[in-house]
Design a protein around this ligand. Structure first.
Ligand code: NDP
Length: 444
């Protein structure tokens, strides 16, 4: 089996889905050599099966805006694989949402969920609906219309959606309210719920915290720690906020945040006061970081990315392909020693190759941001046994899971000479469990 002809087939069957091609290629680069050493996987065509989603649901979402205009959006749910558990993955509401983006996210999710060691399959969904500038009643009507169709395809043992870009606690609450109303049951069919109705402590924080816990493990293996490290963060949403909170708590200096308008530079490192302002600005006012920079007297770089600032560690936490080969070159030139991906596939494939060649500590998103879905998995467990664990207990579980993810990366990514490719480790570690399950099922 060779990469080129395999990718040719993927491209031919999924024309114009460039994000999906990118995600598959990144995995196939490591998994194909592994399959060649384990011919049973080739014979059973496991990778071919894993690059074809179980099913894709596409539907119309009609809703009425505040001026009584009828609006029409497109809704999706990509159920990628339920080989090792019910489909599980977030919903993204953003004008950029396309089938290609959701297929890349669903494919990645399958491997990520496997790495968590919890029984969860992979899925992703969402809509090209743009929540920016919409009123709460508009968001509510959209969510209700979206769920009216989605509810046919989900369920606590079937498919359990959660949040992602543009879908936070407010949206999950509207979606859950409509699901409960139509199905007549109170179940853990969505995760990321409010704490008063079945949500788990730490779920909101889990992706950002987990990303920092993994970075800590990677540094620890090199006898290093986070103390006083200069960190770049991109994004200023859920993942960025909680990665920053944990980094500050552990003694690191967070010197940037970004949004769609540019980035802010905080030379001495953000304080908790700065962070509280950003959380309020982004969660409650949906404002721009430019306002934050103005308020505290920091420089705001319009339409620029933060990667040109000298740092020790970089945490991309905004969106896909936000760090290209030029950004990677600058980070390496400035001596960056670790890149830990909070967002999904933030680094282009050329950038990834540069990090791998330079042998810096590079954790791909499927390992680095798996803490979020892991705690979603624990939210499902808590809902099933009708109990809520304490914050401390869930945080302990999160640390243990990130530790196990680190162990799997080390086991499968050992390249000799004490060098670990976390990319290789995550790809093969994630693949192995799903592949074994598929083999056991026969030809399905
Ligand atoms: P949010 O919507 O809370 O925040 C997204 C942030 O990224 C915002 O600051 C937004 O800017 C910025 N952003 C979005 N698109 C762009 C763009 N095209 N260019 C520049 N900046 C952009 O999302 P999350 O924090 O939840 O998600 C961030 C990433 O983490 C995504 O890749 C998501 O898939 C991934 N992820 C999230 C998980 C979770 O638990 N939430 C779990 C695992 C992965 P602005 O404020 O201007 O909108």
């Amino acid at each position: 089996m060779d990469l080129q002809s395999f990718m040719k087939g993927v491209t031919r069957r999924n024309p114009a889905e460039k994000e999906f091609h990118q995600a598959v290629k990144e995995v196939a680069e490591h998994v194909i050599p592994y399959i060649n050493q384990h011919p049973i996987y080739e014979k059973a065509r496991i990778l071919e099966r894993l690059t074809e989603p179980d099913r894709v649901v596409v539907f119309r979402v009609s809703w009425e805006d505040d001026q009584q205009n009828v609006r029409v959006n497109r809704g999706y749910r990509v159920q990628f694989s339920n080989a090792i558990g019910p489909y599980k993955g977030g919903l993204r509401f953003d004008k950029s949402v396309s089938l290609s983006i959701l297929k890349f996210l669903g494919f990645e999710q399958t491997f990520k969920n496997s790495l968590t060691t919890l029984p969860m399959g992979g899925a992703k969904g969402g809509s090209d609906f743009n929540p920016k500038g919409k009123s709460n009643p508009e968001i509510m009507r959209f969510c209700q219309s979206y769920m009216t169709e989605l509810q046919h395809h989900i369920g606590k043992d079937v498919d359990v959606p959660a949040g992602d870009i543009g879908v936070g606690e407010r949206e999950i609450s509207y979606l859950f309210g409509q699901y409960k109303r139509i199905s007549g049951e109170f179940s853990g069919t969505l995760t990321g719920k409010g704490l008063s109705f079945g949500g788990s402590p730490i779920r909101k924080e889990a992706t950002g915290y987990g990303c920092v816990y993994l970075a800590e493990e990677m540094l620890k293996r090199k006898d290093e720690c986070l103390d006083d490290k200069i960190c770049l963060i991109s994004g200023s949403g859920n993942v960025a906020q909680h990665a920053a909170e944990k980094l500050i708590e552990l003694g690191a200096k967070v010197v940037t945040f970004s949004d769609r308008n540019g980035f802010v530079h905080i030379p001495d490192g953000a304080t908790q006061e700065n962070l509280n302002y950003i959380i309020d600005l982004k969660t409650n006012q949906r404002g721009s970081l430019k306002t934050f920079a103005g308020e505290f007297g920091f420089t705001f770089y319009e339409n620029e990315k933060p990667w040109k600032i000298t740092c020790d560690l970089a945490f991309p936490c905004a969106t896909q392909n936000e760090l290209d080969k030029y950004d990677a070159q600058i980070l390496l030139k400035h001596g960056c020693q670790l890149v830990c991906e909070g967002s999904n596939m933030p680094t282009t494939i050329e950038g990834v190759h540069l990090f791998e060649e330079a042998k810096i500590l590079y954790a791909p998103s499927k390992a680095a941001n798996a803490g979020g879905v892991a705690i979603s998995g624990l939210e499902m467990t808590q809902n099933s046994i009708r109990i809520t664990w304490s914050r401390e207990e869930v945080d302990r579980h999160l640390k243990t899971i990130m530790h196990k993810i680190h162990e799997q990366c080390v086991e499968y990514g050992n390249k000799g000479n004490n060098h670990i490719s976390y990319l290789k480790g995550a790809n093969i570690g994630g693949f192995e469990k799903v592949a074994k399950a598929l083999l056991s099922f026969g030809v399905v």
